[in-house]
Design a protein around this ligand. Structure first.
Ligand SMILES: Cc1ncc(COP(=O)(O)O)c(C=O)c1O
Length: 402
């Protein structure tokens, strides 16, 4: 077996990938359960609300729900799926600040009572369509240090957050909390420190106006471990430091608040990315001269940006070629199967060593793509269908399992 440098898949994923004779995404449910438990060990007492946009797969949701997690849902469609998968409605919140009147009313009809917000317009709509609901205001972050910053579209500056929650109170809603998102695949502890400091400022200002929230939602952003950057270097996030900063920040916020304060996290990729992999196959290993006259190898895979690997514009995935344990490698541009030139890694940034003897049909395992692979897929661009999925093994039972 040959892999680009880095750790291989765990035992359960390896068995499932080996057994797969057709392309599919494979999830290791036990591994996802272990990630959840490890997160709770790092941040004791925090409530987990899995950002199901990262992996809208019933079995994954059910495993996490059995361990006590809830769901950060972005739409009524996600809420309905989470409820069907067994998540109690009181553990589902509406985490999207963007929602229509109809979305709000439908969420309320489903029984959801906790909503994210970041504008007085959204608050006014919540007062009409979700009367009496609990609202938490998202405070904007800069997004520096993250692969995906999430900085512009969501959240308001600290001063505005105070005004938004005051308006919520005036309209009969319950100003229940504050939230942030430090950016997805956040690679620094500093971004957390800045966000937590901002939250402290807002808590102080709120208490000056007689508003006492009951929780802080720390959002997503916790990184996956197994990615490579666009040049193929391991990303290696400083998780110990990140958790230390978050724990310290939580203690500071409790002190500032001076009363009971619950904490929520909304991890997405951190829980699932490294416990999912794609079994794909080689379409062709070709050698061509480019428009710049340079001769390069191109490894065309059966899946790419439009059916599973949407994030290949920002990172590289580790590849395993199970039929090629030895033999010479060649540097290649890795690309998906469609007629779209975006469906490829950039050759200026990172060529990937691949076995020279690869033939059409050979299996390829794409590692650490358990996050956002199932959801970010076109319905069939160029006729390449979304990949089916399978779950490897059963989740380990824990005391929390029913
Ligand atoms: C509100 C919210 N929470 C959590 C997440 C999950 O983020 P991540 O996968 O970086 O943990 C997202 C992702 O976009 C989000 O929008």
């Amino acid at each position: 077996m040959s892999a680009t440098p880095g750790a291989g898949p765990g035992e359960a994923l390896t068995a499932a990938l080996t057994a797969a004779t057709e392309d599919r995404v494979v999830y290791d449910l036990a591994g996802i359960g272990r990630s959840h438990d490890a997160l709770l060990a790092e941040l004791p007492g925090v409530r987990v609300r899995f950002a199901m946009k990262a992996c809208p797969v019933d079995e994954v949701i059910a495993v996490l729900a059995r361990r006590g997690a809830g769901i950060d849902a972005a739409s009524p469609g996600e809420m309905a799926q989470a409820l069907r998968a067994g998540v109690p409605v009181e553990r589902v919140h509406y985490g999207n600040t963007v929602k229509s009147d109809r979305d709000i009313a439908e969420a309320y009809r489903l029984g959801v009572r906790t909503f994210a917000t970041d504008s007085v317009q959204d608050v006014a709509a919540l007062a009409v369509h979700a009367p009496g609901a609990r609202v938490f205001c998202r405070v904007a972050t800069g997004g520096a240090g993250a692969l995906w910053g999430l900085s512009d579209k969501f959240g308001c500056p600290p001063d505005d957050a105070v005004r938004v929650l005051e308006r919520a109170r005036e309209l009969g809603l319950t100003p229940a909390g504050l939230s942030v998102h430090v950016g997805s695949q956040q690679m620094t502890g500093e971004a957390w420190r800045t966000a937590l400091d901002d939250l402290g400022d807002v808590l102080r200002a709120l208490s000056g106006r007689g508003i006492r929230v009951d929780h802080v939602n720390l959002g997503g952003g916790l990184p996956a471990r197994g990615y490579r950057d666009r040049r193929g270097n391991p990303l290696d996030p400083p998780l110990d430091k990140i958790f230390a900063v978050i724990r310290e920040g939580m203690d500071d916020l409790r002190r500032v608040h001076g009363g009971p304060l619950d904490f929520v996290v909304e991890p997405g990729r951190h829980l699932v990315a490294d416990h999912g992999a794609i079994r794909a196959h080689v379409a062709r290993l070709a050698e061509r001269r480019g428009a710049d006259g340079v001769r390069r190898h191109w490894l065309y895979l059966s899946c790419g940006k439009f059916n599973g690997l949407y994030e290949m514009d920002a990172l590289q995935y580790r590849l395993v070629f199970p039929g090629h344990p030895d033999g010479p490698h060649v540097p290649a541009v890795v690309a998906g199967p469609t007629c779209d030139s975006d469906d490829a890694y950039s050759h200026e940034e990172g060529l990937v060593p691949v076995p020279k003897a690869l033939a059409s049909g050979d299996p390829v395992w794409v590692l650490s793509c358990g996050a956002y692979a199932a959801g970010y897929t076109t319905v069939g661009f160029n006729g390449f269908a979304p990949l089916p999925y399978a779950c490897a093994g059963r989740a380990e039972r824990t005391g929390a399992d029913g």
